[in-house]
Design a protein around this ligand. Structure first.
Ligand SMILES: Cc1cc2nc3c(=O)[nH]c(=O)nc-3n(C[C@H](O)[C@H](O)[C@H](O)COP(=O)(O)O)c2cc1C
Length: 232
């Protein structure tokens, strides 16, 4: 395989994995993946990323604390809004064509899990799996100084994609997870972050569970001509 074929295969093989085995990853490999991911570009090379890798008891502590917060809100609807991301991630009101794509994605996953429209409890159980890193042995949180604004978010996005591709090359799978963002007030003190740090995204890292049906969901993409304008 030449480099072009290798990169194509690598890019096409990355997909969001939502069921992992508990097989551990060595510290050395995590270190190497982070080192390569840090080759990601950032405007004026500010390298705004800060990364927390959580495993073992610390991971369980964070998962338990966040799940408790999620359950607290689901059982007390008047608490809705108590946990919110430090910055607005999604629009408050969805609109087309994004609404349809988002719905297709949700139903693609729910159909595999055999979750019907009225089965709110099953949906909630699936949501809670986010806060177990979908069973992955390694959780990652990406933060940046709050005053860096969009520059940090763009750089971390690039870092994350590089991280996920490198991880794939090492034989690991991942799932980027903005779901954690609403719970930054719970998570950041538990990882020892500074008060000026913003939680930008979470990520699950591990070996995909090949038996789990949810990992069969390979998402579609719109055609190049539908999102590109060639001008000359
Ligand atoms: C920044 C970002 C945040 C995401 N957050 C979540 C999340 O919280 N939970 C989840 O299950 N998937 C999450 N995803 C995964 C997307 O649903 C997924 O990337 C998309 O459906 C395309 O599928 P693919 O990653 O398999 O190509 C996130 C993806 C990105 C890029």
């Amino acid at each position: 395989m030449d480099t072009k074929q290798m990169i194509s295969a690598l890019v096409n093989s990355r997909q969001s994995i939502r069921a992992f085995t508990d097989q551990a990853i060595s510290q050395d490999e995590i270190q190497e993946i982070l080192e390569l991911a840090s080759r990601a570009p950032s405007g004026t090379n500010i390298q705004p990323w800060k990364v927390y890798v959580v495993q073992g008891n610390k991971k369980v502590e964070i998962q338990d604390a966040v799940k408790q917060a999620v359950i607290e809100v689901s059982e007390n609807p008047e608490l809705k809004g108590k946990y919110e991301a430090a910055f607005q991630y999604y629009p408050k009101q969805w609109f087309e064509p994004y609404l349809s794509r988002r719905r297709a994605n949700g139903w693609g996953l729910y159909n595999l899990l055999d979750i019907q429209k009225h089965e709110k409890q099953k949906m909630h159980a699936h949501l809670l799996r986010n806060f177990e890193f979908f069973g992955a042995p390694v959780g990652v949180f990406f933060t940046a100084h709050e005053n860096l604004h969009v520059s940090a978010k763009m750089a971390i996005a690039m870092f994350m994609q590089t991280f996920m591709l490198v991880a794939k090359a090492y034989g690991f799978d991942s799932c980027p997870q903005a779901a954690w963002n609403d719970y930054h007030e719970v998570i950041l003190p538990l990882v020892g972050a500074n008060p000026d740090e913003q939680l930008i995204c979470g990520l699950a890292l591990g070996y995909a569970d090949p038996q789990h049906i949810i990992n069969q969901y390979y998402t579609p993409r719109i055609a190049v001509q539908d999102f590109t304008v060639f001008l000359s």
